[in-house]
Design a protein around this ligand. Structure first.
Ligand SMILES: C[S@@+](CC[C@H](N)C(=O)[O-])C[C@H]1O[C@@H](n2cnc3c(N)ncnc32)[C@H](O)[C@@H]1O
Length: 272
């Protein structure tokens, strides 16, 4: 029987992803063209409200140039690159999927951010970095794939420095199950949503103090409505990563938010 981690790995397998991405980026010019983080945003910001949400969470987490940041469950590295490009920090992205990690490295080179980003294959519940070595941990739309929240938040607490902070932006359970498939799971077995209260309890039990706690469900619903009204975006999008089910996944996510089945939580916690 597969573990939740193996099932998440299969869901985000990304077979042949690098070749698809390389082909799609030809739209921006020859291979040696240096790309910007904004150009890639529809492709590599793999969460509700895209680069807008990354920017808001980055502002709230009090970054300083030179800090060591860990982006857990980094996907193909959109948020990782955003932080490195805008805040002068060094960001290590960690993801379960080797093909995501390879694609993330390639995209960082294309954006001339190879020196300020590092990508490693690994499990967020056992991050492959030294204990007490990280100033900020960033976790966007990943926890819903992780069943053992106690292990996740304990691991984050462990790798942070004493003055470290943890920033998260994730989907939470509200009233009923989401409609499947959603972007993080095709079936309920791969979805490990927790309520806001359960999330807060798990963070507190891991030794965190909550600095910011915000329900972003309504703002996320409004964003989906605007996206639909605006029609399909130009250029490479997340559909490349998620495949044929992408439209159904996005529609189910928007509908589940609208119906109050699930929510979007922003939280910042510190080690104090
Ligand atoms: C919805 S994507 C979000 C990617 C990225 N955080 C972003 O916002 O663009 C979820 C990512 O979490 C990764 N993931 C899921 N479970 C994980 C785990 N236990 N450890 C590391 N990565 C994990 C998946 O491989 C996938 O890339």
């Amino acid at each position: 029987m597969d573990t939740p981690t193996q099932r998440a790995q299969t869901h985000y397998g990304g077979a042949g992803l690098m070749a698809k991405v390389q082909a799609a980026l030809a739209a921006f010019g020859p291979e040696e063209t240096v790309l910007t983080v904004s150009q890639l945003a529809m492709l590599d910001q793999f969460h509700t409200r895209g680069m807008l949400a990354t920017g808001e969470l980055a502002e709230a987490m009090e970054l300083e140039a030179g800090m060591a940041v860990l982006d857990l469950g980094c996907g193909i590295g959109g948020p990782t690159r955003y932080l490195a490009a805008n805040y002068g920090v060094h960001v290590t992205g960690v993801d379960l999927s080797p093909s995501f990690v390879d694609t993330a490295r390639y995209l960082s080179q294309r954006c001339a951010l190879g020196d300020s980003t590092t990508f490693l294959t690994g499990d967020a519940t056992q991050p492959p970095v030294a204990d007490g070595s990280i100033d900020r941990v960033f976790l966007q739309h990943v926890a819903m794939n992780i069943a053992d929240r106690a292990a996740l938040y304990r691991a984050i607490r462990r790798v942070l420095k004493p003055a470290g902070r943890f920033a998260t932006y994730d989907i939470v359970a509200k009233d009923g199950a989401p409609h499947f498939p959603v972007p993080w799971a095709t079936t309920p077995e791969n979805s490990h949503l927790r309520t806001e209260a359960e999330t807060r309890d798990a963070l507190t039990a891991a030794g965190f103090t909550i600095d910011l706690w915000r329900d972003d469900t309504e703002v996320a619903s409004q964003w989906f409505a605007k996206m639909v009204a605006g029609g399909p975006p130009a250029g490479p999008t997340l559909a490349l990563v998620l495949g044929a089910d992408f439209p159904a996944m996005m529609a189910n996510l928007a509908r589940s938010l609208r119906e109050g089945r699930i929510g979007v939580l922003t939280a910042i916690a510190s080690c104090r």
